[in-house]
Design a protein around this ligand. Structure first.
Ligand code: PLP
Length: 398
């Protein structure tokens, strides 16, 4: 597909055909396309100061930091700016290891945390496998995901008493050297998996009681997608480190953020953090983030995602009622997955990762292809597709 233009919730190809962008591209174009305020901020920053090295203060950095303090979970107030979600996670792992003096990171299966060697090593899905020997050397161990529809521990909620959280505590107590627990608060690529009630609070308590940091990877789930500024706000839980990217600039320019608690930030006043990039805190990425956050506030997009949640849910429930190959629909705000199964009772996935890498035609890809032909984009992945329209979407467009 050759895209030449875009506006609002639509992409336009070289033949002039319009596509409703129902995935916000890679769940990142939250403000939609051609937002003039963001475009103007890019022009302004290019004219004022295209680049200054990361050690300097800049107006854009000061303005963005002030806004971040307003929207991030309370208590997260030290910022390290990167250029992607992947390198925000790289920074988080190094910070956690230096701060705690420990090495191991507990990640969970069915997660995605990026594509560099450390972040893919922390990824709980098969994209990690080709890197596995290095992954092990990098000290990541995996816990079961909190996925009630297909509980890996074969429990059912609430009788399970949140056994998946207890399992993590068991790991911490039986492993030496655990620095942090890493979670996507709502798992993104691997199927918009929402943890059960009480899970995140319990994980916070387990981390506190065992002197382990909690890292929330909000690269995809952050920035209003779930109907809160950050998914952790759904449960009122503050992590020690929060990483994010994508929606921070609504993908107009590449920016990532690794944000920490004051205590962790202060530690690095006295301890040299051997980390950084030429393009860290690049002014051209920071002013568009200021414009994005201001636009989100002006257009009340976080509130909008929450308001539209029951409407999207109702539409997806109707879709499921018509299609026996839909096993579950799940999500929050404007962040939903439609999970495809061969059989609703056995919940056997319609396709597997092995099908994908063997080149077999996947049902989700056929559905995404059909949507494209009809003028709509969705994100297909193995046996589910994600629906995550820009937060400016209207009821008519839905
Ligand atoms: N973490 C999560 C949860 C993601 O969804 C992604 C990308 O999809 C990443 C990290 C990696 O971010 P990036 O692609 O900006 O490097």
């Amino acid at each position: 597909m050759h895209i030449v233009d875009a506006e609002g919730c639509y992409l336009i190809d070289a033949n002039g055909k319009r596509y409703l962008d129902f995935s916000s591209q890679l769940m990142c174009s939250n403000l939609g396309h051609k937002n003039q305020v963001v475009i103007d901020s890019i022009k302004k920053q290019a004219e004022d100061l295209a680049y200054a090295m990361p050690g300097y203060a800049t107006n854009a950095r000061a303005e963005l930091s002030k806004l971040l303090l307003e929207v991030l979970p309370k208590g997260i107030n030290k910022f390290f700016f990167t250029t992607s979600g992947t390198d925000a996670n790289e920074a988080a792992f190094k910070i956690a290891r230096m701060y705690t003096g420990k090495t191991k990171i507990i990640s969970r299966y069915r997660s995605y945390h990026g594509s560099t060697s450390s972040s893919i090593a922390a990824t709980g899905d098969p994209r990690r496998w080709p890197m596995e020997p290095r992954g092990k050397a990098q000290g990541v161990i995996f816990a079961p995901e909190a996925h009630c529809y297909k509980c890996p521990l074969k429990h059912s909620y609430p009788d399970c008493g949140l056994a998946c959280a207890d399992y993590i505590e068991h790991m911490i107590r039986n492993e030496s050297d655990v620095a942090a627990v890493l979670v996507e608060p709502i798992v993104g690529t691997n199927g918009v998996i929402v943890p059960p009630k009480g899970y995140m609070q319990k994980l916070r308590k387990i981390c506190d009681e065992n002197g382990v940091l909690l890292i929330a990877d909000e690269v995809m789930a952050g920035w209003g997608r779930t109907g809160e500024w950050f998914a952790m706000d759904l449960w009122g839980v503050t992590p020690d480190i929060l990483t994010t990217a994508k929606g921070i600039t609504s993908a107009y320019v590449p920016l990532g953020l690794c944000a920490t608690s004051e205590k962790i930030g202060d530690f690095f006043q006295d301890n040299y953090f051997a980390h950084g990039h030429t393009y860290e805190a690049h002014p051209m990425t920071l002013l568009p983030a200021v414009a994005t956050i201001n636009e989100m506030k002006r257009l009340k997009l976080v509130e909008r995602a929450k308001e539209l949640e029951p409407f999207v849910h109702e539409k997806l429930v109707a879709l499921k009622a018509k299609h026996p190959s839909i096993g579950e629909i799940r999500g929050h705000g404007l962040f939903w997955a439609v999970d495809l199964v061969k059989n609703q009772k056995t919940k056997e996935p319609f396709n597997t990762y092995a099908d994908k890498i063997s080149g077999k035609a996947l049902l989700v890809d056929q559905i995404a292809g059909k949507c494209l032909a009809e003028g709509m984009t969705i994100q297909a992945w193995v046996s589910h597709f994600v629906i995550a329209p820009p937060l400016i979407v209207t009821k008519e467009e839905i």
